[in-house]
Design a protein around this ligand. Structure first.
Ligand SMILES: *Cc1c(COP(=O)(O)O)cnc(C)c1O
Ligand code: SF4
Length: 336
């Protein structure tokens, strides 16, 4: 293990340092996981298109020596990404058409989504935004004021969703400023944060961040993104507790992924583990058809059979809604 990945030292660092130390080289990740690099179906072409990025906190949940680890599969750039699948393209959910102005996606009634940053702490290979022209759409400091004005003027809005990329990669000062501006808009009742950081970089949930949330007059909801029960380690559980103990409602969304979580056992275990630690399963998404992700697809008929089996085994409140996004529709489409 290189010094960079001495775990005790690593986790003693603040979140920015941990982020800076995330794996970005295939060789380093493979060495850490004790996997001979030449035995994996790795594609450097795929990693040039969309770089490898994995925080140690997430990699530490992978099983050493297992090339089929469900967490590894989410982040490893492989040759299958270069296969062209019919129907998979660069804007599968129609985000380009929905952009009201830079950084603002207003597709659904009453809710507006702000794209504050295009970056993420982790690069998930199945991501529908892997081909997204963030430079054009993300909210710059300059266009932030215009976005706030848009929200202030539309009184049909009651909820602002901070999304991205990952909005919690913004520093505390920018989050505090955004919250202050939203706090001053009376028709906004809720601020929702869509973030994968509580899972992949739980050190981001600091007391300082909680203070910003506590000073908000709005109800705060956090939708985390966890696909497999193995992603929930002690650090993640602590982050959940900190959020929950400060009255932040926690939901989870997952993506149904072939080879990762496409079994009723895996989905049931995930729901149980989430709920045990204070998170309510919300959505299970069918894969958005982004170019380079076809090998992750679980066909809708199979997805339906899976979720029915989950429903047969779990109480209703532990069964996530199976949904898909259809370009141009006014809400997510409920499949089951
Ligand atoms: C998913 C999504 C929302 C929120 O949808 P909910 O059903 O309220 O969770 C809002 N805007 C966009 C563009 C979305 O993709
Ligand atoms: S937006 Fe979500 S799914 Fe996509 S790379 Fe970032 S964390 Fe992963």
């Amino acid at each position: 293990m290189s010094e960079q990945h001495n775990e005790a030292l690593h986790f003693a660092q603040n979140w920015q340092q941990q982020l800076g130390d995330a794996f970005s080289k295939l060789e380093d990740l493979c060495r850490y996981l004790q996997l001979p690099i030449d035995t994996l179906p790795i594609s450097t072409t795929a990693s040039l298109d969309f770089a490898l990025r994995v925080p140690l906190s997430f990699a530490a949940c992978m099983e050493k020596g297992n090339p089929d680890d469900p967490l590894l599969k989410q982040v490893l750039p492989i040759q299958d990404e270069l296969t062209v699948y019919p129907g998979f393209n660069n804007d599968p959910v129609g985000d380009l058409k929905a952009a009201a102005q830079p950084g603002v996606l207003h597709k659904y009634y009453g809710r507006v989504l702000l794209i504050n940053t295009g970056s993420c702490a982790i690069n998930c290979r199945y991501c529908f935004r892997r081909n997204f022209p963030y430079q054009e759409l993300q909210l710059s400091k300059q266009s932030e004021q215009a976005a706030i004005d848009y929200i202030r003027q539309d009184t049909s809005l009651s909820e602002v969703i901070l999304s991205g990329g990952d909005p919690l990669l913004l520093n505390d000062a920018r989050i505090a400023k955004l919250f202050n501006q939203l706090n001053a808009i009376e028709h906004i009742k809720r601020i929702r944060i869509h973030s994968r950081l509580p899972i992949v970089l739980p050190a981001r949930i600091t007391n300082e961040l909680i203070e910003i949330f506590k000073h908000s007059a709005k109800q705060i909801i956090m939708v985390v993104h966890c696909n497999h029960a193995n992603e929930i380690n002690e650090r993640v559980i602590n982050a959940f507790s900190l959020l929950k103990n400060n009255d932040i409602t926690l939901f989870n969304q997952s993506v149904l992924l072939k080879g990762v979580n496409d079994s009723a056992d895996s989905l049931c275990h995930l729901s149980e583990q989430l709920f045990e630690h204070g998170v309510i399963p919300y959505y299970l998404h069918l894969l958005d058809k982004a170019a380079g992700t076809g090998h992750f697809e679980v066909p809708e008929t199979q997805a339906l059979a899976l979720i029915k089996e989950v429903k047969a085994r779990l109480p209703g409140y532990l069964v996530p809604k199976l949904v898909k996004e259809v370009a141009g529709e006014k809400s997510k489409q409920l499949v089951f």
